[in-house]
Design a protein around this ligand. Structure first.
Ligand SMILES: Cc1cc2nc3c(=O)[nH]c(=O)nc-3n(C[C@H](O)[C@H](O)[C@H](O)COP(=O)(O)OP(=O)(O)OC[C@H]3O[C@@H](n4cnc5c(N)ncnc54)[C@H](O)[C@@H]3O)c2cc1C
Length: 343
C-alpha cells in the first residue's frame, strides 16, 4: 500500500480545492484494506474515488482511503464484476470495444466503480441501478464481506443506502453489472460529444458536475407555477418510461431537453403527484448563468454546474451555491439541494 502524510488533496478532487489530509492511504488488495481498517479502527475515515463529487471545505484531519484495485472480469456472458478503483468510463470503453452494451449512456461520467453504486450515477435515462446486479462491500467495523443485492442498495435519484443508513459503515469493493452483447460505439460517441460540448472537462476546469439535484415538486405547486411560467419544463416522476423521463437529468439535458419530449409532456398535460423541474432552468431564470462570486462561477453552458473559474476557495463555492439556492427559493418557492458531498 502507499501511505502519505500531511498531503495536499489537490490532485484528488476535481473541484481543484487545495486542502490537506493528515493521512492518505492507497491499498491494492482486500487484505491490505482489512489491515488498514483494523489498524485505524475508530479514526475518522473517508473513502474517496476520483473525488469528482466532493467539495472539501477545510483540511481533513483523518484518513483518506483510496483503492488502487482497478480490474474487471466477466463472470459470464451477461455479468461483469469491476473492482472499486476502476474508472467507470474505462470500464464502459472496454465493454464497448468488446461489443457489449447496456452501460454506454453512462459514458464519460467521471468517477470510479465504487462510487457509481454509492451515488447511483445517471445520465440520458440510465442510472447505475438499472445495470447493477449486486455490490460487494467490506464492513468498516468488522472487516467482514457483505454482498448487497440491487434491492438492498435502496437506490434512488443520486441516492443509495450507502449515503444514509449505512453512510461510512461499508466500503464498496466491487460491483457486478449486467451487460449484454451488442454494438454501442455510436451511442457512446454521441454521448461523449454532447457531454464535451456542455460540461467542463475534468482536468481543465474544476467542478463536481451538477452542483444541485433536480427538485421533485408537488403537483399543486407545479400547476401554480405553470400559470406564471407557461414554458417551464416539467417531467412527471414515474412517467411512461425511465428512458423518456430521465433524458433531462442535470448533466445530460438541463435546460436543453430534446424539444419533442419536453413538448409531448407539457401538451399532454401529464401531471403526476410530484414532478421533476430541471434545477438548471430554475437557476437560469434567476439570472445566474455565468455569474461569479470570488473565484467561483455558475458555468455559462450549463447553470447546474458551479466551477472553480479562478482559484476559488471552498468559501467562494459555498457562498455562491447558497446564493443560488436562496434566489431559487425566493423566486419559485422551491428548495434545491446540493448533489455534491460537502466534506
Ligand atoms: C464534469 C462532471 C460531470 C459529471 N456528470 C455526472 C453525470 O452525468 N451523472 C452523475 O450521476 N454524476 C455526474 N458527476 C458526478 C460524479 O461523477 C459522480 O458522483 C461519481 O459517482 C463520483 O465518483 P468518484 O469516484 O469521483 O467519487 P467521490 O467523489 O470520490 O466520492 C463520492 C462519494 O462516494 C463515496 N465513495 C467513493 N468510493 C467509495 C467506495 N469504494 N466505498 C464507499 N464509499 C465510496 C465517497 O465517500 C463520497 O461520499 C459529474 C462530475 C463531474 C466533475
Amino acid at each position: 500500500m502507499t501511505i502519505k502524510e500531511n498531503i495536499s488533496l489537490l490532485p484528488y478532487n476535481t473541484f481543484g480545492i487545495d486542502v490537506k489530509a493528515r493521512l492518505f492511504i492507497e491499498y491494492y488488495s482486500l487484505d491490505e484494506l482489512r489491515q488498514v481498517l483494523k489498524e485505524h479502527k475508530g479514526e475518522q475515515i473517508l473513502h474517496i474515488g476520483q473525488g469528482s463529487n466532493l467539495l472539501f471545505t477545510r483540511d481533513f484531519n483523518g484518513i483518506i482511503l483510496h483503492s488502487g484495485m482497478a480490474r474487471a472480469r466477466f463472470i459470464d456472458d451477461e455479468t461483469v464484476e469491476a473492482q472499486n478503483g476502476l474508472r467507470l468510463d474505462d470500464l464502459i470503453a472496454q465493454l464497448t470495444d468488446m461489443a457489449y452494451c447496456g452501460m454506454e449512456k453512462l459514458s464519460l461520467i467521471p468517477g470510479e466503480v465504487g462510487a457509481s453504486a454509492v451515488q447511483n450515477v445517471g445520465a440520458y435515462g440510465v442510472e447505475a441501478k438499472d445495470v447493477i446486479e449486486r455490490v460487494y462491500t467490506l464492513d468498516v467495523e468488522t472487516q467482514e464481506e457483505r454482498v448487497f443485492s440491487n434491492e438492498e442498495c435502496k437506490f434512488g435519484y443520486r441516492d443509495s443506502i450507502f449515503k444514509h443508513e449505512l453512510k461510512g459503515k461499508y466500503i464498496v469493493t466491487s460491483v457486478v453489472y449486467k451487460v449484454k452483447p451488442g454494438e454501442a460505439s455510436k451511442t457512446r460517441e454521441e454521448i461523449i460529444q454532447t457531454r464535451m460540448a456542455k460540461l467542463p472537462t475534468v482536468g481543465e476546469v474544476g467542478s463536481a458536475g451538477s452542483f444541485f439535484m433536480n427538485p421533485f415538486v408537488p403537483e399543486d405547486k407545479v400547476n401554480e407555477l405553470l400559470k406564471l411560467y407557461p414554458d417551464m419544463p416539467h417531467y412527471p416522476v414515474g412517467a411512461p418510461s425511465v428512458n423518456q423521463r430521465s433524458v433531462c437529468d442535470g448533466e445530460s439535458g438541463g435546460t436543453s431537453c430534446p424539444v419533442d419530449l419536453a413538448e409531448r409532456y407539457q401538451h399532454r398535460n401529464l401531471v403526476a403527484e410530484r414532478e421533476k423541474i430541471p434545477a438548471a432552468w430554475l437557476i437560469e431564470q434567476c439570472g445566474w448563468k455565468g455569474k461569479t462570486l470570488g473565484g467561483a462561477q455558475v458555468w455559462p453552458k450549463q447553470p447546474l454546474v458551479i466551477v472553480n473559474a479562478n482559484n476559488a476557495t471552498p468559501d467562494d463555492i459555498i457562498a455562491l451555491a447558497a446564493q443560488v439556492s436562496a434566489s431559487v427559493k425566493e423566486k419559485f418557492g422551491i428548495d434545491i439541494h446540493p448533489e455534491v458531498n460537502y466534506i
